[in-house]
Ligand binder design. Structure first.
Ligand SMILES: C[S@@+](CC[C@H](N)C(=O)[O-])C[C@H]1O[C@@H](n2cnc3c(N)ncnc32)[C@H](O)[C@@H]1O
Length: 406
């Protein structure tokens, strides 16, 4: 059974840009923060996520941060809902914050929607509810607390996972700076995972979930190719989403090993953190470096290669929704003049790094890039690949190119 953690409440978003040619591109890189599985409660998510081997008071990783050269804010953080409730506030102070936050969200109206297809205030109000839910101790019902706030004794105290002053600054940044909600609460729900995310790391998107299904299907349909054996690579791993997804999808039958690479050291750290959180450190190895450079010893030996590389044409970056263009790393988005720089590099790499019969799956910006890549592989890299296919995403847009090494 395919577990789907992410549910779109509204329509699937689209790229937003003032450029008319950009508007023709298929939906992608919209960041509506309504991708929350209310069917998965915090407690369910908690029970499915192996607890980190952290001291109970530690919310960052590695716990011994003193010797680390990176600034504290770049250290991977536990999602807010998993942090200990070590703060407290009076019910009346919490109510004052909530009323303020709600009116700030309401003041947005359709301004963001009209300017760059950003969230409407109704979505922001929903996020506010999720933020409160994540900030409260496990098992506290935010709606009954809200009624209690109206009826109860204002001096009653409530425990929190974040200080009340931080709640003000988190919400101010959400509205005034358009900081993505996922960075505010420190996580994104993706498939059956809850992945830590923060500035410097791309928030994994729902359509990328299909890459994991493509791998799982290839492993099952090509049993003789023994695709669940040995080394797979997830290039440009970001939060580690795909690597973790395929490590789990490959099952325990074969002799699994996944190497996840990223040029960004923040991404490599966050990916390692997520790998640890899911107890997959014996199967997934995270290496920092550019594309195939950290994989030299696997020349001609990789069983599988999966990547969701940067593929947005450079000229389209300024027109992205503010949550994306201003806050997500350009390194994760910008694919060069026509968005194909990294995809073409990956095609050449697949030809030299995969073993005969090895499988690849790449995510693209849509039909135009898919067509270009198929043509390139069939002609410029003639004789390298077999069974090259284009696969559509949930919205029906051509999104992925898959195939096998000849
Ligand atoms: C579109 S993001 C995908 C992240 C993640 N795989 C996902 O699907 O959520 C592209 C990733 O490629 C990484 N990247 C960019 N240039 C790279 C390079 N030269 N070598 C390795 N990774 C690179 C970025 O840091 C970013 O994490």
């Amino acid at each position: 059974m395919k577990l789907k953690a992410v549910r779109f409440v509204g329509s699937v978003g689209g790229l937003s840009s003032s450029s008319s040619s950009f508007l023709r591109l298929p939906p992608r890189f919209f960041l509506f923060p309504h991708q929350r599985p209310r069917s998965i409660s915090s407690s369910a998510a908690l029970s499915s996520v192996p607890r980190l081997r952290l001291s109970s008071s530690s919310t960052t990783w590695p716990p011994t941060s003193h010797s680390h050269s990176h600034s504290h804010s770049l250290l991977p953080q536990l999602p807010l809902f998993l942090r200990p409730p070590k703060y407290a506030a009076s019910l009346s102070d919490l109510q004052i914050w909530h009323d303020w936050a709600k009116s700030l969200a309401a003041s947005v109206g359709s301004t963001f929607l009209d300017s760059d297809n950003g969230p409407h205030s109704s979505l922001l109000c929903r996020e506010l509810g999720w933020l409160l839910e994540d900030a409260l101790p496990e098992g506290t019902d935010p709606s009954s607390l809200l009624s209690q706030m109206r009826l109860g004794a204002p001096t009653d105290r409530v425990k929190l996972k974040v200080g009340i002053r931080d709640l003000y600054s988190l919400w101010r940044r959400r509205i005034e700076e358009r900081r993505p909600f996922q960075y505010i609460v420190g996580c994104e729900h993706w498939r059956d995972l809850v992945l830590s995310v923060q500035e410097g790391v791309l928030i994994p998107r729902p359509e990328t979930e299909i890459l994991v299904d493509l791998v799982a299907d290839a492993v099952v349909s090509k049993v003789n190719a023994r695709l669940n054996d040995r080394v797979w690579a997830d290039l440009g791993t970001g939060s580690g989403a795909i690597a973790i997804g395929i490590a789990r999808a490959l099952g325990s039958g074969g002799c699994r090993k996944v190497i996840a690479t990223d040029l960004s050291s923040v991404a490599a750290q966050v990916a390692s953190f997520n790998v640890q959180r899911y107890g997959l450190q014996d199967i997934i190895e995270v290496r920092e470096g550019s594309w195939f450079e950290p994989l030299k010893e696997f020349q001609g030996k990789l069983t599988g290669l999966v990547s969701n590389p940067p593929y947005i044409p450079s000229m389209n970056i300024p027109g992205l929704q503010a949550e994306v263009g201003k806050h997500e790393p350009r390194l994760a988005l910008d694919g060069g003049a026509d968005g194909l720089d990294d995809l073409l590099h990956l095609c050449h790499g697949a030809a030299s790094m995969l073993r005969p019969g090895g499988y690849f799956a790449f995510e693209t910006n849509g039909e135009r890039q898919c067509k270009f890549l198929v043509d390139y592989m069939e002609n410029e890299l003639k004789g390298s690949f077999l069974d090259i296919q284009v696969v559509s995403d949930f919205a029906g847009f051509q999104r992925f190119v898959t195939g096998f090494r000849q």
